[in-house]
Design a protein. Structure first.
Length: 95
């Protein structure tokens, strides 16, 4: 049995050397708009890996809920939990 970073098991779906295979995911993008005006509020995303969802959601949370600028929200500390019993923290450095 082989494992990737954060102890998630490799699946046959990840081995793309066979015909007709595609990566399960390589990016995550999200667009937030004002429901009343239709005005774009924010567009964000994250590159591939097991942190896609938590990185994108935390970025949205900082910008939309905590009213940070896009620059501030991207440069915040983050956490990630892969349900392995360990929570990982990425400490932000001053930008």
């Amino acid at each position: 049995m082989s494992y990737r970073f954060y102890y998630t098991r490799y699946s046959d779906l990840f081995f793309l050397s066979r015909p007709f295979k595609r990566p399960q995911s390589s990016i995550s993008s999200s667009i937030a708009e004002d429901l009343h005006t239709g005005k774009l509020i924010m567009a964000t995303g994250s590159a591939g890996g097991s942190r896609i969802i938590t990185a994108t959601l935390q970025n949205l949370h900082h910008h939309l809920d905590q009213h940070m600028s896009a620059h501030e929200s991207v440069h915040q500390s983050r956490w990630h939990d892969q349900l392995s019993g360990t929570t990982y923290f990425e400490i932000a450095t001053p930008s």
